[in-house]
Design a protein around this ligand. Structure first.
Ligand code: SF4
Length: 229
C-alpha cells in the first residue's frame, strides 16, 4: 500500500458515520480538474506513510470511530488493498471505498469477501466523452461493468459527478442520465478550486448554479435519491 495521507476523523466523508480517512497514492488518470494532484502525480508524492503507522492511529482512535474511508488517488490500483481492508475488518470497523470505477475485478473481489460497507463511484461525465473528463485514453467497458456491479451490490452506494464550470454542459448531463437510470443514490457536487499551485491553466471554476438545475431536471426522476452538495 502506498499511502499519501491520513485524517484521524471526519464527519463528512462516510454518510452518517465518524470515520478516519486513508488517502492512497497513485492514479492512472489525469483529470484536468483533479483536486488531489499530490496523490496523482508521482513528482508531487510525499514519502508514503508506513502501514503500521496507520494501524497505530486506528487503534488509538478506535473507540471514537465507526469506520474508515479509503480514498485517493485511486485505491483499487493498490496491490495490498485486500490485506489492508481485511485488517480494518478485523478491528470491527466499517469500510467505505471511493473509486473511479476503473477496476471492476478488484471491486468484485472486495464485494465477494464482504470487505465493503459503502461504495462511492465517481461518474465523470457521459461515457462517449470520457477522455475529455479524465485527461487520457480510457476503455469505458470496465466502467460500465463497475456501474452494474455496484448497482447490484447489497450494500449502500452512491454515484457522484463533480460539476465543473467550463467543462460540463447540459448536453453532457442529458447524455449521462440514462446511465444512472434506477440507481439508489446519485449526487452532484460542486467543483472547488484547489490551491493556486494545483490549478490547471486556464483554471476551471465552480459551475454556475444553473447547471445544478439542469442536472436536477435531467436526473432527479431517474434515480431513487438525488442529492446536491
Ligand atoms: S480519477 Fe480522481 S484521483 Fe484520479 S486524476 Fe481523476 S480526480 Fe484525480
Amino acid at each position: 500500500m502506498k499511502i499519501g495521507g491520513f485524517q484521524k476523523s471526519s464527519l463528512i466523508d462516510f454518510p452518517g458515520k465518524v470515520a478516519a480517512v486513508v488517502f492512497t497514492q497513485g492514479c492512472a488518470w489525469r483529470c484536468p480538474y483533479c483536486h488531489n494532484r499530490a496523490l496523482v502525480y508521482p513528482s508531487r508524492f510525499q514519502p508514503s506513510m508506513p502501514v503500521e503507522e496507520i494501524f497505530e492511529h486506528l487503534l488509538l482512535g478506535r473507540s471514537q470511530l465507526d469506520g474508515v474511508v479509503i480514498t485517493g488517488g485511486e485505491p483499487t490500483q493498490q496491490c495490498g488493498l485486500m490485506d489492508f481492508l481485511r485488517r480494518i475488518r478485523e478491528m470491527g470497523l466499517l469500510i467505505k471505498l471511493d473509486t473511479n470505477g476503473s477496476n471492476p475485478g478488484m471491486l468484485t473481489s472486495l464485494l465477494e469477501e464482504n470487505l465493503l460497507d459503502y461504495i462511492a463511484m465517481d461518474v465523470k461525465g457521459p461515457l462517449s466523452e470520457y477522455r475529455r473528463f479524465v485527461g487520457c485514453e480510457v476503455d469505458t467497458g470496465p466502467l460500465e461493468l463497475s456501474i452494474e456491479l455496484i448497482k447490484q451490490a447489497k450494500i449502500p452506494y452512491e454515484f457522484r459527478t463533480t460539476l465543473v464550470g467550463g467543462l460540463h454542459t447540459q448536453e453532457h448531463l442529458d447524455q449521462l442520465a440514462p446511465l444512472m437510470y434506477g440507481v439508489r443514490r446519485y449526487a452532484v457536487q460542486t467543483y472547488r478550486m484547489p490551491p493556486s499551485d494545483f490549478r490547471s491553466q486556464p483554471p476551471f471554476t465552480p459551475p454556475d448554479v444553473s447547471l445544478f438545475h439542469i442536472a436536477s431536471e435531467a436526473l432527479r426522476d431517474r434515480v431513487d435519491e438525488f442529492l446536491v452538495r
